[in-house]
Design a protein around this ligand. Sequence first.
Ligand code: Y39
Ligand code: FE
Ligand code: FE
Ligand code: FE
Length: 234
Amino acid sequence: MPQLEASPKLEQELNFHSDEYKDAYSRINAIVIEGEQEAYENYIQLAELLPDHGEELIRLSKMESRHKKGFEACGRNLEVTPDMDFAREFFAQLHQNFQDALAEGKVVTCLLIQSLIIECFAIAAYNIYIPVADDFARKITEGVVKDEYSHLNFGEEWLKANFEAARAELEEANKQNLPIVWQMLNQVADDARVLAMEKDALVEDFMIAYGEALSNIGFTTRDIMRMSAYGLKA
Ligand code: Y39
Ligand code: FE
Ligand code: FE
Ligand code: FE
């Protein structure tokens, strides 16, 4: 008989009420709540940088604040208290880089951080979570992930329309921020695995979404390979 490899936890083996699950959920749920809150603030600030798109960006910010409420309900439903201090720390570097770029009026860098990197992170995480979520959280997350594609699309369209002017700043912002994403993923890999979310799957889905976005904006395959390699050096 062949030996079975250690495999990801099957959905039916997950006990959403175990101490182990709830402990991991207190951090992952907090990350998502904090991420949605920061995304809400980031789109309001982007609306100020891009007044021509102000109405649309305010609409996106309102979606983020609805997402936050949805995920807060997911935590309450499992009787988990989100560890918000952990989550603020988790986002601190990306948050700081966004704030620094904002202060310098670097809209391209702000869009890369929020609308490409953070949205692709969300898309990867939510798609991997949906099949292993509890029924309540699955319904919430299915609604949310559809919105995240529209947020990514906003960034893609704006950066595509401004590609030649944005290109050098995008490359620099990618170099500064992509390694941070891998550090963030490494920090939560153990907790994610308790929720049956495998790090390899998260990395794969992130890179597919991010690579597609860079391609839609106008980068060549060669550019994308070079830009993706920055992550690996983290
Ligand atoms: O645009 C958005 O709504 C993004 C803020 C939300 C980010 C969610 C970050 C999810 C990371 C979860 C890591 C789980 C392994
Ligand atoms: Fe802040
Ligand atoms: Fe969101
Ligand atoms: Fe979003």
